[in-house]
Design a protein around this ligand. Structure first.
Ligand code: GLU
Length: 310
């Protein structure tokens, strides 16, 4: 078993090794994501007792992008029953890109809530549950899970994606065609893009991970923020689908529930132990942070975190 000092030393080594990676590109399909400093790199750990380890740019704000899908999935599990959700979105990995349209067209239902089609369908269900208060209600839960008094939306990134997000628009129209949306396409997209534009840091992502690791309770607090059953469902989908078309390799090598976002962020959960938040904006073709994935791999290996490693 690794003690806190040993973990700190391993984190130092991992941070320095991952820092050497300079491959990958800034995600440019959302224009505003292409203007960040590519050298930024933050790595934060928050364990279930609230102990923290932070290295690098851990207070630098960035947009949460697809890690919002984890939070929106939690929100929908808290306000809609399983049957209602299952009619709109499944729990199977797609093996396709995060913004793929092919399988949605063929199967007429999004495969899972961690890809764009599924998250847009989930967003519509949140609007059905909360009406005009959907943004406020969901952001309150986002803030609690991230351990912040309140969360801010990066309006520039939001507008950038609203202006250019034609693939997501195509997905939403297809969902509408399949009668999987109860609200107008543009209204659903607005909320979806707002969720993607919530500002976080690696420190707040690590807190989110720690809440999941603690089955829904914030470190050092007794009161549950979300039901353990809901956390189990979300982490199951993160495990099989959170890394998009890299999910199989990720489970094989790292063996932990995780979710990547095209801003270059990565959330990793070590159930019962800790949450890990990483940010480094150079991403690979699948939209995952190269330094983030490398660091996740090394941490799992050196701290013995793989869930199936006995
Ligand atoms: N806002 C991005 C989109 O919808 C999120 C994609 C991602 O982070 O993987 O395309």
């Amino acid at each position: 078993m690794n003690g806190p000092e040993n973990i700190g030393r391993v984190v130092d080594e991992v941070y320095q090794e991952a820092l050497k990676i300079t491959e990958g590109d800034l995600a440019s399909y959302i224009p505003e994501l292409a203007v960040v400093d590519p050298e930024l790199f933050g790595l934060s750990i928050c364990d279930v007792e609230g102990n923290r380890i932070n290295r690098g740019n851990t207070r630098h704000p960035f947009t949460i992008q697809s890690v919002s899908k984890v939070l929106s999935h939690i929100c929908v599990l808290a306000c809609q029953d399983d049957d209602t959700i299952a009619k709109r979105v499944g729990v199977e990995p797609t093996g396709e890109d995060f913004d793929s349209i092919i399988k949605l067209d063929r199967h007429r239902r999004p495969f899972n809530p961690m890809v764009n089609a599924g998250a847009i369908a989930v967003t519509d269900l949140l609007m059905s549950a909360h009406g005009d208060g959907a943004l406020e209600k969901t952001l309150q839960l986002y803030a609690r899970m991230l351990g912040c008094a309140r969360v801010e939306i990066d309006e520039t990134v939001f507008l950038s994606e609203l202006r250019t997000g034609e693939r997501n628009r195509a997905i939403a129209h297809l969902l509408n065609n399949f009668k999987l949306l109860d609200h107008p396409v543009e209204e659903v997209l607005q909320l979806y893009f707002k969720h993607c534009s919530v500002q976080v840091t690696t420190e707040t992502l690590a807190h989110l991970g720690a809440v999941l690791a603690r089955r829904g309770r914030a470190p050092t607090q007794d009161q549950a923020l979300v039901e353990p059953d809901c956390v189990r469902k979300v982490m199951s989908v993160m495990l099989s689908c959170g890394m998009y078309n890299y999910a199989g390799q990720w489970i094989y090598e790292v063996g932990l529930p995780a979710k990547s976002g095209v801003s270059g962020c990565l959330l990793i959960v070590v159930p019962g132990r800790m949450g890990i938040g990483i940010y480094s904006p150079r991403v690979d073709v699948r939209g995952s942070s190269l330094r983030g994935v490398h660091a996740g791999r090394l941490l799992s290996e050196r701290l013995g975190l793989h869930l199936l490693a006995g």
